[in-house]
Design a binder for this molecule. Structure first.
Ligand code: XBP
Ligand code: MG
Length: 251
């Protein structure tokens, strides 16, 4: 294994926090406002989440709904801009809680001089508002969001761009993700990947992940390791465990 861990790269939605219900609510309110014949219940949203990116997801939903109007990309972007406004409002009003272990691991990384990068498919204003709302503004030296890359996850573009911007070799980082699309994107860029599935991505196929745990764990509430180093045991994920994940990746 080469050198020590230099960067932790995080997905946002589903990984740092369970945000997808706020997104779903914002989408549905926007559909109502624009008079679109769409309503996304949880089952529909779980299926549509396979298409990453709000505009791309809306385009797909319109295409598969026979009585829906054929909107241009600009019109889709307009509905999506309004959805973003609603999401930001919901985020401020309802707030959001970080998933177990997230703040602790971020803090440990920050204190150890390990760079933090946010690599998310959501829009940049959502990412900034999220970081502000959770007290994490300024923690991430790199934030890549939304249309920062031409093709969204599962394309590896976002993680390749992060490597370039951070001057990082894949073996010098670990990616934390919550979905198969995120896993495929990070693997495509060559990174070791730890997966903590979220409410909408529990049943996806994570066989290729280097570590799989339901959450990062906290002292007093360690997480069962389903796959990867110390599988069958319980861990509180910290930098030393993440180093083990890198070791696991290189074997
Ligand atoms: C998840 C996504 C996003 C959000 C909605 O991103 O695919 O599209 O569901 O946000 P990630 P937007 O898990 O990579 O953070 O409507 O702003 O796209
Ligand atoms: Mg995610």
């Amino acid at each position: 294994m080469v050198g020590k861990l230099k960067a932790l790269l995080w997905d946002l939605d589903g990984t740092l926090a369970e945000t997808e219900e706020l997104h779903r609510e914002a989408f549905n309110r926007a559909f109502d406002y624009f008079g679109l014949p769409l309503y996304w219940d949880q089952e529909t949203y779980a299926r549509l989440l396979w298409t990453t990116g709000g505009k791309e997801r809306l385009k797909r939903a319109l295409e598969e709904t026979p009585r829906a109007p054929g909107l241009s990309w600009e019109e889709i972007a307009e509905v999506h801009r309004y959805k973003t406004e609603l999401y930001l409002k919901l985020l401020r009003e309802e707030g959001v809680t970080l998933r177990p272990g997230v703040r602790r691991v971020l803090l440990e990384a920050q204190e150890a001089g390990v760079a933090l990068a946010l690599c998310t498919t959501t829009s940049p204003e959502n990412a900034e508002a999220f970081l502000e709302g959770t007290g994490l503004s300024g923690w991430f030296s790199l934030v890549l969001a939304g249309d920062a890359v031409e093709r969204k996850k599962p394309d590896p573009g976002i993680y390749l761009l992060a490597q370039k911007r951070l001057g990082l070799a894949p073996e010098e980082g670990v990616v934390v993700e919550d979905s198969l699309n995120g896993l495929l994107s990070a693997l495509g860029a060559g990174f070791p990947v730890l997966i903590t599935p979220s409410l909408y991505t529990l049943d996806q196929d994570y066989r290729e992940a280097h570590a799989l745990l339901p959450h990062l764990g906290e002292p007093g509430n360690p997480a069962p390791v389903l796959q990867g180093p110390r599988a069958g045991g319980r861990v509180v994920v910290d930098l030393s465990y993440l180093e083990e994940v890198r070791g696991w990746w290189s074997t």
